[in-house]
Every structure is written in C-alpha cells, then in structure tokens.
Design a binder for this molecule. Sequence first.
Ligand code: ADP
Length: 738
Amino acid sequence: MSWVTAVWSMNAAACLTLSGFYFAVWCKQRQTPMYLVFSCSAIAAAAISVFELWMLNSTTVDQYEQLVRWIHVPTWVLTLSFVAFVRLYLHAGRLWLVWSIYALRTVVLIVNFIFPVGINFTAVTDIRQFSWGGQMVSVPVGTQNPWGLLSTISLLLLLIFSVDAAITVWRSGDRRRALLIGGSMIFGAILAWHVPLVIWGVIDVPFFLGFTYTAIVATMGYELSNDLARVAGLARELEISEKRLNLAADSADLGMWEWDIARDEIWITDKGRALLGFDPSERINRDRFLSVMHPEDRDSVLQTLENSMRAGAQYESEYRMMLPNGQLRWMTGRGHVEFNRNGQPVRMRGASLDITKRKQAEDQFRLVVEAAPSAMIMVNTEGQIALVNTQAEAVFGYSREELIGHPLEMLVPERFGSHHMDYRHGYFGDARARPMGAGRELFGLRKDGSEVPIEIGLNPIHTSEGLFVLASVIDISERKQAELDAARRRNEMAHLSRVTTLGELSGSLAHELNLPLGSILSNAQAAQRILANGDANLPEVREILGDIVSEDKRAAEVIRRLRLWLKKGEVQQHPVRINKVVQDVLKLIRSDLINQQVTVHTELARNLPTVTGDPVQLQQVLVNLMVNACDAMADCNAPERRLLIRTAIEDGSSAVIVSVTDCGGSIPEKKMEEIFEPFFTTKEKGMGLGLSVCRTIIAAHRGKLWATNNADRGATLHFILPVMASDKASVTTNNGIG
Ligand code: ADP
C-alpha cells in the first residue's frame, strides 16, 4: 500500500473516531445539539478525505467526473455544521452571514447536480498524473464551469464569517478560543484555495483538503474535550457541595424535597423523611404526604400549592404533621415550581423545617400576652394588628376577629389619625421601649364611637417575621373619673367654705348691727309714742333723733369696719412672676377644663417683669375669673368653648396686664360695674361675691380689675398690676437705651 493511501486513510479514520465519540456523547445529552453538529463535521471531514484519496488514485475520466461531483455533498455538510458549531459554541458570527452561507452553499449543491459534470467543470478532458513524494497522484484536466465562481464566493463568505466571529470572541475576552477555533477556521478557509490552484495547474500537490478540515475538527474536538473535562470536574464539585449541603441541612433540621409533578413522585432526604414521619424506604406521593398532615391544615396547604402551580408564586406554608407516635410536629415548607416550555408545572423543589419549638414559644408568648392585666396590641410595621388579648377586646369593644389584620388607626380618634400614622412611622425608625405621647392626654376610639382615655407603653419585638411593636394600653377612665370627682369635691369644699364665710359674715354682720338697729328701733318707737300722745316735747324728740343718728352712724361704722377687714386681707409682699401664676392655675383647674370640654389658649408675653404680691391671692383671682368664664360658656357647643389667657406689659412697662377672654354671653353695658358689687349674681346658685372679692384683692395689690365685652362675642376680664420697683427701673433703663 502506498504511503498516500495509508496517510489519507488514517486521517479519515481519526475523523470517524472523533465523530463516533461525540455522537455517543450527544446520545447521552440530547439537550446539547452542539455535540451532534460536531459529529457531523467530523464525519464530513472523514468523507472528504476518502473522496480525495479516491481522486488521487483515480485512472479514468468517468470516475473522476463522478468523484468531483459527489465530493460536494460532504463539503455541503461540513460547511453547514462548521457555521452551526461556531454559532452554538462561540455564540458569535453574524446571522445574515450564516443564512447567506447556507443559501449559497445549497445553491452550489443544487447547481452541481444540474450540470452533467458538476459545478467545477463543464467537462473533464483528461487526467494529469505527476509524482509527489515518490508516489504517482492524479489531478483532473478540463474546461472550467463559470458557475464554479459561486463555490469560490461561498468559500469567501465562510472566510469573512470566521474572521468576524473570531474578532467578536476576541473582544469578549476569550482570546484563547478566538485564536484556536477562529484561527483554525480562517487558516482552513485560506488553505482550501489550493484546490483551484492545483486544478488550474499552478501548483503540483495532491489535494489535502481533508487534512485542513481535520485540523479544524481536531481543534474543535480539543475545546470540547476541555469542556467535558470541566463538566466532569464540576459534577464532582457539585457532588461534594451537595453532600456538604445535605450535611448542613441535616444539622439544621431541614428536610429537602423534590416533587415530580407529572409522575407524582416525591423525593425527600433521609432527614426530611424522619422529620415528616415517613418510613426511610416507602414511596411518597402527594396523597401520602397529605394523609399524614393534620386535617385542619390540608385545605390551606392545598390552596397555597395550587396558587404556586398556577401563578408561579413562591410556595410557603405552615402545617402540622401527625407523627406515627401520635405527636404533632409543626413544619414550615418553602419551595418553588418549575415549568416546562408550554407553561405546565413539571417539578417543585423546596425544603421543610421543623418549627415546633418556635410555635411553642409563640404559644407561650400568646399566653403571657393573654394573661397581662392591661390591654395588649401587637402591630406590624405596616400598622396592621397582629395580636390582641381579651383585655383589648374589653377596652375597645371589638372582637378579636374584628381587630386582627386590620389597621391600628381604627382604634384612634379621627382628630389624631394622621398624626398617629406619622408617629407610628417615626417609632419604627427608632424602635425602643418607651411610653407613648409623654405629657399628652391620649384617647382610644371604641367600637361604639365613644372615646376612652388611655395610657400607652410601647415595646419593640424582633421576630423571625420582622419587627413588631407591642403596645400595652391601660384604660384610665376610672382614674380620670376619680380625679374629676376629687376636683368636684374640691370645688364643693370651696363652695362650702365660701358659704360658711358668708354665713359667718352675715352672722357677725347681724350681731354687730343688732345693737345699733335695736337701739334705732326703740328710739323711733319712743318718738312715735311721744308724737301719738300729742304732747310733743321737741327737745326730747330732738334727743331721740340725735340717738337715732348716732346709732345709725354706729351701724355704718360696723359696715365700714367689716369692709375694711375684707379690704385689708393682709397682702403678703413677694416677687411674683405672673406667667408662672397663670401656668399654676391652669394646672390646678386642668381637670375641670377637660370636664367642661373647654380648650385653653395662652398668649404669655416673654420676659415679663415681676410684680409684688401674694401669689395665692392672685391665683384665687385667676381661678375666679376662669371659673366665671367657663360658666359663661356653659351654653355654647363644646368646640366653641375657647378660653384665651393673655399677659402683656402695659403703661410703658410699669405695669403688667392679665386678661381672661371667653366666647360666652356678654355682660349688659349698664351692668358692667354692677357685677363687681357684693351679692350681685345672675346665677341660680351664685353668691355674687367672687368678683367683689377679686376687686378687693387686686385693689390691695395696688391694681385695678374691670370688665369689657368682646367685639364679636363673650367678655374679657382684665386686671393690671404695678411692676416691682427694682424691675421697673431695669425695664425703664432698657427701654431708655433701646
Ligand atoms: P357669681 O359667680 O357667684 O355669680 P361673681 O361675683 O363672680 O359671682 O360674678 C357676678 C356676676 O358677674 C355673674 O353672676 C355673672 O352674671 C357676671 N359675670 C362674671 N364674669 C362674667 C363673664 N366672664 N361673662 C359674663 N358675665 C360674667
């Protein structure tokens, strides 16, 4: 056998071996068409080698014509599979070039079989033989077919395609592949030009197209074998990491599972089987799985499953499994569904975790919350109520079902609604245990629309499901009521003491006036008797009248002394900050104001100079004026009951003025002074002493008290007090400079 025959045959055999090997690989991995494409390339390269050997040994023109025509079949297969391989393996090469090459090469094949001799020659006239490497080889001699140009163009397109793909791969950073596969294809496309050169008689070499293609196929095969080796390595690593994962899952009490939906087969790790109470070897399907699930949980799990299979949503559910020993185990399952190309669910993978301990802890937590003496409400970050206890139901009048899952704002009176939402957001931003709304009156909204005064303590709770806040709510209605009762009792005491004072006053008045009045009466009766007798003794009558006048003067003196006693009032001299007095009084009667639903506004001037006097007496004055103002507004609607307390500097900084303005009824103009007289009252149970006493106190402080009607409605009571001497000096100086 000649060495040419031996070498060309060996080349074909090598290609066939490669083809066979990768065909076998493709049979195992049908989802990877690349292996089939490669196998086709290799078989085509082998066929080309065989055809070439045949041509080199050919002796008749007829035989040559047949071979030249039929070699186009493996060439067509080779070109198509090379291009497909580049696209599939390198993900490179322009699509329009792919289709152009496919179309042109197919046209070449068709034209090749239309012409009698083929696309290369119109006729093969002779066979030229020459010696090469000591062996005689044959090449054809004939007239060229102009259609052969199509074959040349398709070769040119293949070259362009290869260069373009190699550049793309190079740019993407994979230079080795660009050099190996792209480079070998470019090299092969260039070397293919030896065929026309041999036919035209330019060079005398045997056809070696088969070797060129074998080189390309070998390069591709080398790359594929690298990939195979890498895949094998990855599979090994995967196996190891799977083992590690299983180990970790086992130690975390995690059972992994996979459900083949079409075959209804569930695979579960050994740990999972143990957790769910299945036998290590028993076959598990959907019905078997559901059979050991607590009947109360089945519907919800099935619903979640259905939802995941329909919408592709993440599967997540909590359920109880009934173990063979009769115990219940709480599990949580999470997984996802895999769909085929038609959108049918085919597989579901996931993991199940034993959460019995967590559930027990949650139950204990619930018991603790339930046993708490105050109302407890747990809220999530969205402001939804997650948990309440019986006390909460009692305080707000809602049932548990009406509260859970609903927004917390349903328990907040409308006027606090938006503030409350902002407060809640703020709290979750800096969640820590603290009382809510320090210093403010808090109210809750009951189901019947009434409001309940409450105190709230907030505690953040960090759970596996995120951050919650646990609010402990104390109903302080009873305490408030007790405070109001105490205030009422205080008022009643004050009233009683006023009545007692009045009683004492009238008692002493009666006692003091009894004597002079008795004397006046007996003198007047004596005068009447004298005049009745008709013997008028004028000097005696004059004396009697003189006695009456002096007794009357005595009575007037008694009254004057009493008024003087009232006036004197023993004013203590202390420096007094009038704003402080106002604030103290507001604190003192706060509960009365709330009780009467009166809103108070203050406009207190800053840096007021101090006045001198008795703070307690000044408090009494303010209390009296405010109580009168509240009484005057008693007939108004609750939102209109507004009280304004103002303090300001008056008289060029030498006095401080305080005014109490209400929105109640006005004072008739002609009674503007009368109201300050003792015993003047328009109230059913009034004594008419308050304003007269206030005026006496203010006068004792060298001040003035008076009343005016407001422009719109209601009245204002004003009093002015002189500034303390030292403060006056400093204020004046300041003013002088300023
Ligand atoms: P009493 O409060 O016991 O009636 P007062 O001397 O404090 O005694 O008040 C005398 C009267 O002055 C009241 O009955 C009322 O008619 C009138 N009065 C006092 N303050 C106001 C006010 N702010 N607005 C309207 N009338 C007032």
